[in-house]
Design a binder for this molecule. Structure first.
Ligand code: FES
Length: 186
């Protein structure tokens, strides 16, 4: 295993994570096909995909590090830079734009001191403008973790962010989506 450091810590999987990776890899005819789920696991564990983390993933699925870097570079959901604990992904595509996405973005920008990478100095938040998240009928909206916050107003944003500032965990998964799927099946 690679012994390089990520955020000052050695990158390695635990025994439990290795067992999970073996289970994931067993679903595919070739081990390298487990690349995306293992990248996703790595991002959850390490927060973002630094070069040492990408090398660990590459070693884990049996490909050269350049291949892990190439795959990670293609997906915007895979973070190649450090991000805050809560990544605020605000949709700025047409429907949300028409319903006030810019006002929401400006409101969030006015609340914190974001650096050029969109991170707050305390590492709590990252602000990202993103393209359509397929919730066009309920904009303006943002995704944080796996949760959608819809029909946003500046007041609603204040309430959501105050919750995160007080250490509130990310709500997952999206409850209304679960309900919707359940209704389809019943
Ligand atoms: S335009 Fe914002 S979710 Fe589709």
């Amino acid at each position: 295993m690679t012994d390089q450091a990520h955020n000052g810590e050695k990158v390695a999987w635990t025994e439990q994570e290795l067992a999970e990776i073996e289970e994931i890899a067993s679903r595919y005819p070739s081990r390298r096909s487990a690349m995306l789920p293992v990248l996703w696991m790595a991002q959850h564990k390490f927060g973002w995909l630094s070069l040492p983390v990408l090398e660990l993933v590459a070693e884990t699925v049996g490909v050269p590090p350049s291949e892990a870097r190439a795959v990670a570079s293609f997906y915007t959901m895979l973070k190649k830079k450090p991000t805050g604990r809560y990544v605020l992904q605000v949709c700025h595509t047409l429907s949300c734009a028409l319903n006030g996405a810019e006002e929401i973005i400006r409101h969030i920008e006015s609340k914190y001191d974001f650096d050029e990478n969109g991170n707050t100095p305390d590492g709590l938040f990252t602000l990202e403008r993103v393209e359509c998240l397929a919730s066009c009928g309920s904009g303006p909206m943002m995704q944080v973790g796996e949760h959608y916050y819809e029909r946003l107003t500046p007041e609603k944003v204040d309430e959501i962010l105050a919750g995160f500032e007080s250490g509130e965990p990310l709500p997952t998964p999206r409850p209304e989506a679960d309900e919707w799927q359940w209704n389809l099946q019943s």
